[in-house]
Design a protein around this ligand. Structure first.
Ligand code: DGL
Length: 274
């Protein structure tokens, strides 16, 4: 199985793409909704939650886990790989979401581009995207903005609330005078409000949605790592640490229609971030 993990619903955008573009595999998803948003947590809590979540997916049979959470990938993944996963799980792999995104961006951006980035406070504050992009493309000008309320609103199913729509408008206004040509959504939750974000941007600005990149990069990775034997039974199990009824309802709404298939929703209750 391919495991996909996020602090909550954000990774469902990645799961949708996997269902659509690589339907032959079996998937196991874990949304740590009880602990979301990770943006409000300290680094130690994010470290422990991410460790527990990946380990849970390994125990349930995943041989490859995609950490579909920019916050975890930015703050703790490298350390966790070095200190823990690479030592304990030699035959299993964990992939983050930031490096594939950066590899894509440095090839995609034309010379002297002006790039905007939005993400959680942790992701923007880590400077990971900014530093790694500038390291390889010093012609690019980067503007970044943390949007700390977005994840919580999406987790609470407030997509259409007037307060949230006003908050989106307010945060995106940051880019009204930056003359950017590209806006990177550096948070998987933000895929679900792409339309609302676009509405407040100059129409010529192209949105780069990290979710769409990950499937392509994972397929390339699997091609290079044929030793990873992934089950091909076309099943998907979705676990949440939060409220199962709500998780099922929102996940079904967020999974794009063509990606509906054999789905099983389950509650996983033993995880905590300690
Ligand atoms: N979807 C997660 C991300 O990509 C949200 C993290 C959070 O819960 O703050 O960063």
């Amino acid at each position: 199985m391919i495991g996909i993990f996020d602090s909550g619903f954000g990774g469902i955008s990645i799961l949708s793409d996997f269902h659509n573009k690589a339907p032959e595999y079996s998937y196991i998803y874990f949304g740590d909704n009880i602990n979301a948003p990770y943006g409000d947590k300290n680094t130690k809590e994010i470290y422990n939650s991410t460790k527990n979540a990946v380990e849970f997916l390994f125990t349930e049979g995943a041989v490859l886990v995609i950490v579909a959470c920019n916050t975890s990938s930015a703050r703790v993944l490298r350390k966790l790989q070095d200190e823990y996963f690479n030592k304990k799980y030699k035959n299993k792999k964990v992939l983050g979401i930031i490096i594939p995104n950066i590899e894509n961006i440095i090839h995609q951006l034309p010379p002297n581009s002006r790039l905007g980035i939005i993400g959680t406070s942790h992701t923007i504050g880590s400077q990971k995207y900014q530093n790694e992009i500038l390291d390889k493309r010093n012609d690019v000008q980067i503007f970044s903005k943390a949007c700390p309320m977005f994840v919580e609103k999406i987790e609470n199913n407030k997509f259409k609330s007037l307060g949230f729509l006003a908050n989106i408008k307010e945060e995106i206004a940051h880019y009204s005078n930056k003359n950017i040509s590209y806006l990177l959504l550096a948070c998987t939750h933000f895929s679900f409000i792409k339309k609302e974000i676009k509405q407040h941007l100059n129409p010529s600005i192209q949105i780069i949605d990290s979710s769409e990149i990950i499937i392509k990069k994972t397929q390339e990775y699997l091609f290079r790592h044929k030793e990873l034997k992934i089950k091909k039974e076309r099943n998907t199990i979705l676990y949440t640490s939060g409220d199962l009824v709500l998780f099922k309802k929102i996940s079904l709404k967020l999974l794009r229609p063509s990606s509906k298939r054999n789905l099983k929703f389950l509650k996983h209750s033993t995880l905590s971030n300690n």
